[in-house]
Design a protein. Structure first.
Lengths: 114, 113
């Protein structure tokens, strides 16, 4: 079965610093990969997704993620953190063989310090 | 600019009571989903509806039933609530049939005492 591991339930960065949120997946075939963001008391918003093609994917709000098959990783980065980036971030994987159902990681709460 | 609307936003139930969570989307989306979110576990799929008139079980369907009333509405029912069903419930939708959810509601926070 597919699964997603997000390393670090909490990450803290200073405003202006690099944001790196880690995600590793297990899959026997190349999956579709997603990052979602959840602001307090709101639902999830899709940040970006990888299906096929270019392994570096750009999303909204300056975030990007790189699919690395050899490392089974899909880490989320942003060069310069902003206070408004404080939220919880979820990595998710889906596979056609499982009806495209999403499997979510446990989430990483990002704190941005001024 | 409604998107996906869930009602109610908060609810407290006693063990054994029943309740229906309502969800409606105004984007003419084909697929709709119900997830539950628990601390440290991410979101888990309860049920989904790939298109109007169809529903299928997700990862954690036990204790729940759903109805896809029409293309807009997808309700989730707890027939006999249990404390283990205390959670935040999210409804979501996607334009394409069986695609990944694109839009989420703001959630229903449900406590079972």
């Amino acid at each position: 079965a597919q699964s997603v591991t997000q390393l670090g339930s909490h990450v803290s960065v200073s405003e202006g610093a690099l944001v790196l949120l880690r995600c590793n997946y297990s899959s026997s075939v190349p999956p579709y990969l997603f990052w979602y963001v959840q602001y307090p008391n709101q639902g999830l918003q899709l940040l970006l997704k990888y299906t096929t093609g270019a392994t570096l994917v750009k999303g909204i709000n300056g975030f990007e993620a790189e699919f690395k098959k050899s490392e089974t990783s899909f880490h989320l980065t942003k060069p310069s953190a902003h206070m408004s980036d404080a939220a919880e971030y979820f990595c998710a994987v889906s596979q056609m063989e499982y009806g495209n159902k999403l499997v979510f990681g446990a989430g990483t709460i990002l704190r941005v310090k001024s | 600019n409604a998107g996906v609307t869930q009602t109610p936003k908060f609810q407290v139930l006693k063990t054994g009571q029943s309740m229906t969570l309502q969800c409606a989307q105004d984007m003419n989306h084909n697929s709709m989903y119900w997830y539950r979110q628990d601390p440290g576990m991410g979101l888990r799929l309860i049920y989904y509806s790939a298109s109007e008139g169809t529903t299928d079980k997700g990862e954690v369907p036990n204790g729940y039933n759903v109805s896809r009333l029409n293309k807009r509405e997808f309700s989730l029912r707890l027939e006999s609530a249990a404390p283990s069903q205390t959670s935040v419930y999210f409804c979501a939708s996607s334009a394409q049939t069986s695609a990944q959810p694109q839009h989420f509601g703001d959630g229903t926070r449900l406590s079972i005492l």
